[in-house]
Design a protein around this ligand. Structure first.
Ligand SMILES: [Zn+2]
Length: 334
């Protein structure tokens, strides 16, 4: 299994404008509290290893995060079902604010610094493991730019994310726009590969989602995923204060063990599991700066006091040992 380390020239603020984000989180909290209060919620087992033994970790926006006693994944339970979540993403004022304000303000940078590298990663992975692959299905919540990049590379793409029609309209005749649910993935003709960027985190039922995906991938078919990693340094240090733990975007924050369990059955082989995340130390630095007198671990203070080159070295260490909070996986259908 491959573990890739990469330090890209990427500035956090370019893709996450802090002033718009602060406003987004205010709106999100209001909407999520109202949503959770009226939605039908049901308990779930660990979305990584499927075990039932968990303990309450903390609460965010009225939703309860629990931690799996076996694999350490952190996830929301109880939670709404997929249809209610899709409706929230399509209609809530916070989701609209994200689409209308936050997303456009960073679109150019995201395209260059996120979409292009992700498309290159997929193209390289296909060249290495499935060189004849042409037909792809994307299940990402905001997959548009990557889909367009892959289409430009000659791949025949289906945009199957929850919001694909809202995001992409009917602008491109080369891309089949078809928003799917877990239950409708099976109606898609078999594809050579699937991309699911930041989708594991949002899935109402992650094991069911990937069983459905397995149904449209022939043996040898590949899936490319990105996800948050519960083992990540900033998440472990900041814990309930980490902005990442926000429902409903992050219903499932799997640990590395959780991800390897999720794809550990006979249907899948994990080809790559890496955490090329860049922002762990920066996130912690920002939290410490915002609340300098809090009871931060002494080691965290020492690390931050050492300056940028120590931070960079440490971030690379986190990547090498899968302790950065952004993960990516390539899995192959067996
Ligand atoms: Zn677990």
């Amino acid at each position: 299994m491959k573990t890739v380390v990469s330090l890209q020239d990427l500035v956090d603020a370019d893709i996450r404008p802090q002033n718009l984000l602060a406003e987004y989180y205010v709106r999100l909290e209001r909407d999520v509290r109202a949503f959770w209060a009226r939605a039908q919620l049901h308990d779930v087992t660990c979305p990584g290893c499927s075990r039932a033994e968990t303990a309450v970790a903390f609460e965010r926006f009225g939703a309860t995060y629990r931690q799996c006693a076996t694999c350490g994944s952190v996830f929301v339970s109880p939670r709404p079902d997929e249809e209610a979540l899709v409706s929230f993403y399509r209609t809530s004022p916070a989701a609209r604010y994200w689409r209308d304000q936050v997303w456009p303000s960073t679109e150019a940078t995201r395209r260059e610094k996120l979409a292009r590298p992700r498309a290159e990663w997929v193209i390289e992975g296909l060249a290495e493991y499935a060189s004849t692959a042409v037909a792809g299905l994307d299940l990402s919540p905001y997959g548009g730019p990557v889909i367009e990049e892959l289409s430009a590379e000659g791949k025949r793409m289906t945009a199957g994310g929850w919001l694909a029609d809202i995001e992409m309209g009917s602008s491109s005749s080369k891309i089949d726009v078809r928003p799917l649910r877990t239950s409708s993935i099976g109606v898609v003709s078999p594809v050579d590969f699937v991309t699911a960027f930041d989708m594991v985190d949002r899935a109402a039922d992650a094991p069911a989602l990937f069983r459905a995906v397995a149904g449209v991938l022939p043996p040898g078919g590949l899936m490319f995923l990105t996800a948050s990693n519960a083992d990540g340094f900033d998440l472990q240090v900041l814990w309930e204060q980490a902005p990442t733990f926000s429902p409903p975007d992050k219903l499932n924050v799997l640990s590395i063990d959780g991800m390897l369990s999720l794809f550990g059955g006979p249907a899948w082989e994990v080809l790559e599991c890496s955490t090329p995340g860049l922002f762990d130390v920066e996130q912690v630095r920002r939290a410490v700066a915002a609340d300098p007198t809090a009871n931060w671990p002494g080691m965290v203070r020492r690390l931050l006091a050492r300056g940028p080159s120590a931070a960079e070295d440490f971030q690379e260490f986190l990547q090498r040992h899968r302790l950065a909070s952004f993960a990516r996986l390539v899995v192959r259908r067996c």
